[in-house]
Design a protein. Structure first.
Length: 363
């Protein structure tokens, strides 16, 4: 086995390996690293384990510097990509990550692979390397959602429609009857239309959105190459809802959604979801992932995310729980400051810097 960084002429081989993996995800694609670098603050680092000139394990890491410390953090969204039963390859991969961490002065590497909770073998392999399992019972459970809703796209479209709850089928037909149309061949000019609806949604539902330039970068790095698509629901000549879905290999992810405060009674979101499911099915995708839902599988009165669960479950999707986030610390002192010092972590890190903690100290 040979472990090294990805070469410029190996991008296609990298993406092909990630696409073919059961735990493959667009967030481990070459293009996602380019987007995060372009949008500011992150530097991609792609490491692979090779055998007979073929990739057998891979991890795309995003590096971010911690201001005023000379240190950094490593984060591999939905990584690594590998056969977790091949523990030798997994160890080789993280031995290399440790070398790069020392070079880049990283205090930790964080992972959250798309591995289901019942895969105890994978969890054991990760923990034997030294990873610490994190628990977050609030919200979606981490940087990436710990729990998602997934729809199996193997049945025919007719069967998929029948698998929807009756009210959902009714709302899909109602939207069509009322004259809602779904625009799937959007131009870059349509991105601003979507973004305006997204800001309206964010104000209503009280969440933050990135600046418009991020979505422009997403258009260039993901939508133009065919790894994502913008959809707009229109009614009486006005866009009233929108979504961006990612597609990579045989998986599709509903990633960004927005809806106007106007004309909600014509049920644009139900029809838009059905059209995106149809599109993913026609592309040959096997899984349509609705992304994050509440970690509480059963409804709870004080859980404000249950509406997401109900909406996504209505399309016949099933609740899937992943193993969650894991950290591999490279310095006990700095890792403690990073995880336990919030919201005073900045003060602690500055103090540690003044105390001249060795840059090569990886306890």
């Amino acid at each position: 086995m040979l472990t090294r960084e990805l070469l410029d002429n190996e991008v296609e081989a990298w993406n092909s390996f990630v696409k073919a993996s059961p735990c493959g995800d667009l967030l481990q694609s070459y293009e996602w690293g380019e987007l995060k670098q372009r949008s500011g603050g992150w530097k991609p680092l792609r490491i692979g384990v090779f055998e007979d000139n073929k990739i057998i394990a891979a991890i795309s890491i995003l590096k971010r510097s911690i201001p005023h410390t000379g240190r950094s953090i490593f984060y591999a969204p939905r990584g690594p990509i590998c056969d977790y039963s091949n523990t030798a390859a997994l160890k080789e991969l993280f031995d290399a990550v440790k070398d790069f961490a020392k070079k880049e002065k990283a205090i930790l590497v964080k992972i959250d692979p798309a591995i289901k909770l019942d895969n105890h073998h994978a969890a054991k392999a990760i923990e034997e390397i030294g990873f610490i399992k994190l628990e977050d019972k609030n919200g979606f459970g981490g940087i990436q959602p710990k729990c998602v809703m997934q729809l199996d796209l193997n049945p025919s479209l007719d069967r998929l429609l029948l698998a929807c709850k009756s009210k959902w089928r009714y709302n899909i037909r109602l939207a069509e009857k009322r004259g809602v149309t779904i625009k799937s061949e959007c131009s870059k000019d349509d991105l601003k239309v979507f973004y305006d609806i997204l800001k309206e949604t964010a104000k209503r539902d009280k969440f933050l959105v990135r600046g418009f330039s991020y979505y422009e970068d997403m258009w260039d790095t993901l939508i133009v190459p065919g790894h994502a698509k913008l959809f707009l629901a229109e009614y009486e000549g006005e866009a009233i809802a929108g979504a961006i879905s990612f597609v990579f290999g045989d998986k599709c992810w509903y990633t960004y959604g927005a809806s106007s405060n106007r004309h909600r009674n014509v049920m644009p979101n139900h029809l838009m979801q059905w059209k995106m499911i149809t599109w993913a099915k026609e592309l040959g995708c096997k899984i349509y992932d609705f992304r994050g839902v509440s970690q509480n599988k059963d409804a709870q009165e004080d859980d404000n995310l249950q509406g997401l669960n109900r909406f996504k479950e209505g399309f016949g999707a099933e609740f899937v729980e992943y193993i969650g986030e894991y950290d591999l610390p490279y310095s006990k002192v700095w890792y403690w400051a990073w995880t336990k010092g919030k919201p005073i972590a900045s003060t602690i890190l500055k103090r540690l810097r003044r105390n001249s903690i060795s840059a090569n100290n990886y306890e």
